[in-house]
Design a protein around this ligand. Structure first.
Ligand SMILES: Nc1ncnc2c1ncn2[C@@H]1O[C@H](COP(=O)(O)OP(=O)(O)OP(=O)(O)O)[C@@H](O)[C@H]1O
Length: 498
């Protein structure tokens, strides 16, 4: 609370009251009494009761923790490699691997912040540039984004230099400094440096995000990096997405830059949760990029517990959690490949559910509900974004299950699927394609398809739903095309057709 927020009655008795202030407050209070309060108390109930969270932001993915328990080995290894930058040398390129939610990005960002702060402390020019390749996924965009970051920095640097020179010039004019005593030796030299800098500044124009030939963008980026002496670490998060979308040209260009740069040095730090992505790289890129490799193993339940404990101390009010909440969140997340993001999501969602239910404390039941909610949200999102054809296949399976058909086979799904396609005027795919779509749904965890042998009748798939029927059906029917299916019942007869 700031001083201005303090209510007037907080004032101590012996203090001289500020009359003008007191009168104002009284008037305001009287006015407020006369007017009918415009609020109907919609939020009052929700605000009543003890708060559960002290700072919920701490549990969100955007928060960068100051402490990363169980990652000191990986952090120290990164620091040992990157310290070269602070000595003005080029650090080895680093590849960081690990499954999702194992703290790769958080650790890399933590080390980068430390590196940049230390570089400022010792006045060694060293910078880290972060690119998320899931968002910036083409060579053009990566280079343009990097070029623009460096151009912006170079502009700021040139402007600062110009200001310094203007000060110097003023000091000379006022007679406070002799031109000979400056590193330039004369006022004319200073003026010509000013002209030079102004010309450079004029040339520092941002690169457009589309439209140029890629080699021009590369040249701009190259010149911008090499504008002054420094070591640059380029952090490419989700680097596998870049390679998947646009090949390894960007990495090839970045990894061979150092041999051509005059003033600066570049080092690459790639982060990936796909351990196999280097198989697709040109062998030269692969060996250059993987000079150093750091693996982030999944967390076990005990480690997740520590991580959650650290965060919950800041995130929740004291005594807001019952004792079993953190162990249960940790256990659930450990079952899912030791994902700290999932553990934090669970804890936050459990807290939100408790808050919504106006519970005094978060308990085990909130964690279980949160687990169901997160799982359902995931299913809804996956189903919602399926292509129409997959939605039709899934809908066929739902219709069969709802009508009590067990051990559904591909032929039965196909028959219903065909009818549905006719009903909404969609193209009918071949049974082979539909079988592929069923396998994709299986991989997404939406259906379970096991291959069973039928002796001399060959093999067939037995399909069952792995997600809640009602909710999934509702998501499917929210699709404008599928919502055109009106009479659902008669379709089920179709399973025996052919
Ligand atoms: N050791 C840790 N201590 C505290 N928080 C952690 C730790 N490890 C991960 N986290 C938190 O878990 C979440 C996920 O971490 P992060 O984004 O670093 O994972 P990642 O390995 O980069 O995952 P992805 O590959 O999906 O990007 C973040 O909110 C992060 O702050």
């Amino acid at each position: 609370m700031t001083a201005n927020d303090s209510p007037p009655e907080d004032r101590s008795a012996d203090e001289e009251p500020d009359r003008s202030f007191a009168v104002d407050v009284e008037e305001v209070l009287e006015d407020a009494d006369e007017e009918e309060s415009p609020s109907q108390g919609l939020f009052d109930d929700l605000l009543s009761g003890d708060p559960i969270f002290e700072n919920k932001e701490v549990l969100r993915p955007s928060y960068t923790p100051h402490e990363l328990p169980h990652r000191s080995d990986q952090i120290n290894k990164m620091a040992t490699i990157l310290v070269a930058a602070l000595r003005g040398e080029t650090p080895s390129n680093i590849l960081i691997y690990g499954k999702t939610g194992t703290g790769k990005t958080a650790s890399a960002k933590f080390v980068s912040q430390e590196l940049e702060q230390t570089s400022k402390k010792y006045d060694v020019p060293c910078e880290v540039e972060y690119i998320n390749c899931e968002v910036t996924d083409t060579q053009y965009r990566v280079l343009a984004q990097l070029a623009n970051k460096f151009i912006e920095q170079n502009r700021a640097h040139a402007e600062r230099r110009l200001e310094d020179l203007a000060d110097l010039r003023e000091a000379i004019e006022e007679g406070a400094t002799a031109p000979e005593a400056t590193p330039f030796g004369s006022a004319t030299e200073i003026d010509s440096r000013v002209d030079e800098l102004e010309e450079e500044l004029e040339g520092m124009e941002p690169v457009p995000m589309t439209g140029w030939p890629t080699d021009r963008v590369y040249k701009e980026f190259f010149d911008a990096v090499d504008y002054r002496e420094r070591v640059v670490v380029i952090m490419l998060d989700e680097i596998d997405k870049l390679v998947e979308k646009s090949g390894d040209d960007t990495l090839y260009n970045l990894s061979r830059m150092n041999s051509e740069l005059d003033n600066s040095r570049v080092s690459i730090m790639g982060i990936s949760n796909d351990l196999k992505f280097t198989d697709f790289l040109d062998p030269r890129v692969k060996s250059s990029l993987g000079e150093e490799e750091i693996v982030f193993p999944p967390y076990d339940a005990n480690q997740l517990r520590d991580i959650l404990q650290h965060r919950s101390d800041i995130a929740f009010e004291e005594r807001a959690l019952t004792d079993d909440v953190i162990p249960l969140c940790a256990a659930f997340a450990a079952q899912e490949h030791g994902d700290a993001r999932r553990a934090l999501d669970l804890l936050r969602t459990a807290g939100e559910l408790a808050e919504r239910g106006q519970a005094e404390r978060v308990d085990e039941s909130h964690v279980r509900k949160a687990q169901d909610k997160i799982e359902l949200d995931r299913v809804v999102e996956v189903v919602r974004t399926l292509p129409t054809q997959s939605k039709l296949v899934l809908f066929s399976i739902i219709l069969l299950e709802k009508n009590g058909v067990h051990n559904i086979n591909t032929g039965e799904v196909y028959n219903i699927y065909k009818r549905l396609c006719e009903e909404i005027d969609a193209d009918v795919l071949t049974q082979r394609r539909v079988t592929d779509l069923i396998s994709e749904l299986d991989m997404l965890g939406i259906v379970n398809a096991i291959v069973v042998s039928k002796g001399r009748y060959g093999r067939t798939k037995e399909i069952s739903l792995s997600v809640p029927t009602e909710e999934t059906e509702a998501v499917l029917l929210a699709d404008s095309r599928l919502s055109q299916i009106e009479e659902i019942q008669p379709f089920v007869q179709a399973r025996f057709d052919n």
